[in-house]
Design a protein around this ligand. Structure first.
Ligand code: NDP
Length: 286
C-alpha cells in the first residue's frame, strides 16, 4: 500500500509561509505584492481557476486585479493591455489565463509579458533560464509536483525518472527539474514505442497525459513514487487523474491522489512566484 502524498496539506503549508513572508515584507518595505489576472471569454473552467487565484491572493494579503475581457477581444487589444501592465509599477505579476480563444495566438501573448512579471514562467526567457538552472520563477504545476516529491523525503539523484507528456507547461519543465536534481530522466509522448517497458523501469513516474486512468497497474514498478498531474473531468462530473489509482496505489510506495494532489499545489506556487516577483521588481534579495 502506498503512502498518500497530501497536496492539500503541503499547499496549505506553503501558502502559510508565503502569507507570513508577505506580512513581514509589507511591514518592512511598505509594498503590497499584486497579481493581475486576465481572462478572455466565458470558459467556465477558466472562471473557476481565476476565482480561486483571486481568493488565494486575498488570503496572502496580495492585491488582486482582474481584467475580464469579452470573447471577441483581438490579439492586438490583449497585447496592448499586457504592455500597459508590463510598465505599471503597481502590478508585480501578470497572468493571462489559458486557454485564450482560438483567434488569439497564446505564444504571442506569452512573449509579450515582461519576463520579470511572468509568474507562470512560460515566457521563453524564463524557460531558457530553467534550462541553464538560473531561474527566479518555475512554472507552477511542475514546481508544485517537485515540492510534493520533496515532501516524501525521496532523493531524486540517480533514480530512473519517467515523465509521460512533453507539453511546454508541464512535461518538459518537469523533466528538466528532475534532471536538475540528478535524476536519470526519460520523457515519453504519443510517439513513444513500448511505453509500458519504459514506465516499468521508473523509480519516479510522473503522468501528465490528460487521459483518465491512462497509467495502469502493469505499467508501474513495485515501490515506485507516482505523481499524477492529470486533472480529467469524467461524464459523471467527478475528477480523476491520469493514473488508475485503484490499480497503481497497491504497487506504489508514494502516490498523489486526484483531487488533492498536484492540483492544490499550482496556486500555492503561483502565490510564491508573485511574492518573488514583487521582491525582484523592488530590488529586494531576501
Ligand atoms: P497536453 O495535452 O498539452 O500534453 C499531453 C501530453 O501527453 C503530450 O505530450 C502527448 O504527447 C502526451 N500523450 C498523449 N497521449 C499519449 C499516449 N498515448 N502515450 C504517451 N503520451 C501521450 O497536456 P498538459 O501537459 O497541458 O496537461 C497534462 C495533464 O495535466 C492534463 O490532465 C491537465 O488537465 C493536467 N494539468 C494539471 C494542472 C494542475 O494544476 N494540476 C495544470 C496543468 C495541466 P504528444 O506531445 O506526442 O502529443
Amino acid at each position: 500500500m502506498a503512502k498518500l502524498i497530501d497536496g492539500k496539506a503541503v499547499s496549505a503549508r506553503i501558502k502559510e509561509e508565503v502569507r507570513q513572508e508577505t506580512a513581514a515584507f509589507m511591514e518592512k518595505y511598505g509594498i503590497q505584492p499584486s497579481l493581475a489576472v486576465v481572462i478572455v471569454g466565458n470558459d467556465p473552467a477558466s472562471r473557476v481557476y481565476v476565482n480561486n487565484k483571486k481568493k488565494a491572493c486575498e488570503l496572502m494579503g496580495f492585491k488582486s486585479i482582474e481584467y475580464a475581457l469579452p470573447e471577441d477581444t483581438t490579439q492586438e487589444e490583449l497585447i496592448a493591455l499586457v504592455k500597459k501592465m508590463n510598465v505599471d509599477p503597481a502590478i508585480n505579476g501578470i497572468l493571462v489565463q489559458l486557454p485564450v480563444p482560438k483567434h488569439i495566438n497564446d505564444m504571442a501573448i506569452i512573449k509579450s509579458i515582461n519576463p520579470k512579471k511572468d509568474v507562470d514562467a512560460f515566457h521563453p526567457e524564463n524557460v531558457g533560464r530553467i534550462m541553464v538552472g538560473e531561474y527566479k520563477f518555475l512554472p507552477c504545476t511542475p514546481a508544485g509536483a517537485i515540492e510534493l516529491l520533496d515532501s516524501t523525503g525521496v532523493d531524486v539523484a540517480g533514480k530512473n525518472c519517467v515523465v509521460i507528456g512533453r507539453s511546454n507547461i508541464v512535461g518538459k519543465p518537469m523533466a528538466m527539474l528532475l534532471l536538475h536534481r540528478n535524476g536519470t530522466v526519460t520523457i515519453c509522448h504519443s510517439r513513444t514505442k513500448d511505453l509500458t517497458a519504459i514506465t516499468r523501469e521508473a523509480d519516479i513516474l510522473v503522468a501528465a497525459v490528460g487521459k483518465p486512468n491512462f497509467v495502469t497497474g502493469d505499467m508501474v514498478k513495485e515501490g515506485a513514487v507516482v505523481i499524477d498531474v492529470g486533472i480529467n473531468r469524467l461524464e459523471n462530473g467527478k475528477l480523476c487523474g491520469d493514473v488508475n489509482f485503484a490499480e497503481v496505489e497497491p504497487k506504489a510506495s508514494f502516490i498523489t491522489p486526484v483531487p488533492g494532489g498536484v492540483g492544490p499545489m499550482t496556486i500555492a506556487m503561483l502565490m510564491r512566484n508573485t511574492l518573488t516577483a514583487a521582491k525582484i521588481q523592488n530590488g529586494i534579495k531576501d
